[in-house]
Design a protein around this ligand. Structure first.
Ligand code: AHM
Ligand code: MG
Length: 334
């Protein structure tokens, strides 16, 4: 058998995440290499989470810890493991001076007060899906600190607002594992090749379709939604749109981003501010969504414009193909 460079076995594997980050470093607002290293540290931790998610059923990693996190939600073992992995990766890396995690009430100091960045993270989102082998994700948001380098990071480093993010991303542990991130110059997705141990550029310059026919919300809460949202969803059904809801924000968002759809987590009577957390769920996905051409709102204003006051505050979230979100907002305005 003759093997040439065009033979399937000899095709190039593509651009690795590390190479891509290095090549794009000069496009960052702060081209010192530290943000690049920070992104690589997050990617490394996510490879470890990938491994643990994939063998969770084998090594007793499914199930609850029997305790609650700061949200009053029961912590799963993998929530805790993922939190430890990311904290350790960022402590060892040195570029982040502090983290804010869904799993911890207060700031987690890395001890690297010379680090220029802070990271807000949901280490494992959609954790109610862990035990049943359904897609889950990691969501992260990176800010350049506003307090002086060399001092202890403060609350204001994390409460800068979504517009101040310098990078944001998510990792979806699904039928394959994909890391999607932005530094404000478009959105790119890298699929994990387990055999190589590398993320490979698979989804360059992701753009949302202008319009779509998928809607994603927990329709079990329908009676609790504002009547305008109920009317919008009735119109979706009348037009025979497709309902798709996994219950893992990252997975629902990723599908809609690629295929064209709208994600809704409105206020409910039970959760008057919605359920999703602003700093490490809404902001990072809103930054990515905006870069991909989506429209993102809390019903009153663009999500990235919300001024944060608390680490773990919640916000309603409506996000997706711009025409779909505009139609929803028209319903909400009448
Ligand atoms: P978590 O951070 O505790 O996993 O909760 C967030 C998750 C999102 O991934 C998902 O979109 C939402 O909660 C689902 O909520 P619900 O079960 O109310 O539909
Ligand atoms: Mg979460």
């Amino acid at each position: 058998m003759e093997i040439t460079t065009s033979h399937p076995l000899a095709l190039p594997v593509g651009v690795t995440l590390d190479r891509y980050i290095m090549n794009r470093q000069t496009a960052f607002a702060y081209a010192t290499g530290e943000l690049s290293q920070l992104l690589r540290d997050i990617a490394l931790a996510s490879k470890i989470i990938h491994r643990e998610v994939n063998r969770a059923g084998l090594i007793d990693l499914t199930g609850g810890m029997g305790v609650e996190n700061v949200q009053g939600e029961s912590q799963q073992k993998l929530d805790v493991i993922a939190n430890i992995r990311f904290i350790r990766a960022l402590k060892n890396g040195g570029e982040a001076c502090a983290l804010l995690s869904e799993e911890d009430e207060e700031i987690i100091y890395t001890g690297n007060n010379n680090g220029k960045y802070v990271v807000a993270i949901d280490p494992l989102d959609g954790s109610s899906n862990i035990d049943v082998n359904v897609s889950i994700g990691t969501i992260f948001s990176i800010y350049r600190r506003v307090t002086p380098v060399g001092t202890l990071p403060q609350r204001e480093d994390f409460l800068q607002g979504g517009q101040e993010q310098v990078a944001a991303g998510y990792i979806l542990y699904g039928s394959s594992t994909i890391l999607v991130y932005t530094t404000g110059c478009g959105v790119n997705g890298f699929t994990y090749d387990y055999s190589l141990g590398e993320f490979i550029l698979s989804h360059p310059d992701i753009k949302s379709p202008e319009d779509g026919t998928i809607y994603s919300c927990n329709e079990g809460n329908l009676e609790q939604y504002d009547s305008s949202i109920q009317s919008y969803l009735a119109a979706c059904r009348q037009q025979q749109y497709t309902a798709r809801y996994i219950g893992s924000l990252v997975a629902d968002f990723h599908r809609n981003l690629l295929k064209g759809g709208i994600y809704l987590y409105p206020a409910t009577t039970k959760n008057p501010n919605g359920k999703l957390r602003l700093l490490y769920e809404c902001y990072p996905l809103a930054f990515i969504a905006e870069q991909a051409g989506c429209k993102i709102s809390d019903g009153n204003q663009p999500v990235l414009d919300i001024i944060p006051t608390d680490f773990h505050q919640r916000s309603p979230l409506f996000m997706g193909a711009p025409r779909m979100v505009k139609t929803l907002l028209d319903y909400m305005a009448t």
